[in-house]
Design a protein around this ligand. Sequence first.
Ligand SMILES: Nc1ncnc2c1ncn2[C@@H]1O[C@H](COP(=O)(O)OP(=O)(O)O)[C@@H](O)[C@H]1O
Ligand SMILES: [Mg+2]
Length: 459
Amino acid sequence: MAITCTHLSAASNLREMIQRSAQHAQTQVSLKQMVEFGSKPSPATILRGTQFLQHELPIRIAKRVVELESLPYNLSSMSSIRTVTEWYYQSFADLAAFPAPEDFGIPRRLLREEKDAKIAFEDRKIHRYCNPFEDQTSLKGVNEYNAKFMECLKAIKQRHDPVAQNMAQGIQELKNHWRTTKSNPVLLSSSRHMDMTARAFKRTRPSLYPSQLLKNPDAANNLLPTDLQSFLDRFYMSRIGIRMLIGQHVALTNASLGRSTSSTDHVGSICTKTSIRNAVTQAYDDAVGVLQNASGVLNPPKIKLYIGSSTCAKEDVQFVYVPSHLHHCLFELFKNSLRATVERYGLDADGEYPPIKVVVAEGNEDITIKVSDEGGGIRRSGLPLIWTYLYTTAEKQELEKTRYSDFRAPMAGFGYGLPLSRLYSQYWGGDLRVISLEGFGTDAYVHLNRLSNSDEPLL
Ligand SMILES: Nc1ncnc2c1ncn2[C@@H]1O[C@H](COP(=O)(O)OP(=O)(O)O)[C@@H](O)[C@H]1O
Ligand SMILES: [Mg+2]
């Protein structure tokens, strides 16, 4: 149910509304549904999308508020986390206070029935049959309403830009506290019931567990307890989803108002002909730019790109995807590979670095991109750590001094590159895996679901 002003004043208790909304199930959407829904963004379609988001966003946001308020290890009371909670509260309140279409004078006949609220992306039939815009007055009203809602969404998205930074600050404080008091629960729990993260460590390096784990300063300082790690995975996955829905709706609303300049291959932020070749070269070029700024290397490692197989090489592969999500993953992988290669061979080897090999395989279900470097690899006992938020072997970046909403620009040092990239690839039904050959190099596999039929993995 969309929450309206009337409901807000009647309930008068935002907290209660949040608790109630958090009980509802989230409605996951797939890439395919998004493309079908947004391919002809008429004002009527956008109105349906507006109604869908008025139903869906409060539920997603409320779930995060409830979780943020009940975090373990006293995280909920940390000021950086409290600020994030307040932003979620505020955004819920903004949506709750937004006038319902009826209050805005939109005729009822143009609106989706309440019972249809959950099938916004599947109600094209209803839309096709009702052909509501025979009179220009209602069209003007609908456009105004859609535009107003778009402004509300833009403000919410902007408010949440620094969320990742604030969350990281909280986790960093907690890690520092555990380090100084030697009280990381992963290590404490290893003697009692075994934490899952510790178990992963045991699996990859049984001979070192638990005695060496306790002595391994990297592990001791960086392993996050499973409950915290899974909360962060859930939290960031939800954030990717909310931002995707908002970004998409804003782009489609602009298109419906005739303000869009994007090409015919685009449905909002989705490109129906996302070019793997362009994505790889663009991400590599951007990563090289950052490397050169950070280190002054003149001739960085090159890339060798192979698309298809040796018997059937291809110029390019195109598929339906969100280019910015693909860029995120590849950019992070190239930064890691470039850094590892340059650190291993040293700045003196400028111009003689082994290349980074990129292989693109096109299957029926998946397109897989393998990024292989010869940067020396990662030791096996270190592998469970690489998916841990804030684990880095680079010099730590100072969180307070940065203004990056998703830790994208710096070369390394946030320890967010791999965990966030994995979420981005999983969001559309893919995955990211890393295999290390210690002493040689690292292979990262980005699996992309080319069927675009997978629902968002929200919890
Ligand atoms: N290709 C690679 N070769 C060697 N080590 C790597 C590679 N990719 C990742 N790592 C290790 O994993 C750590 C975490 O990577 P990441 O999540 O991208 O964070 P960051 O790059 O900020 O350190 C790195 O600090 C590095 O120690
Ligand atoms: Mg990185």
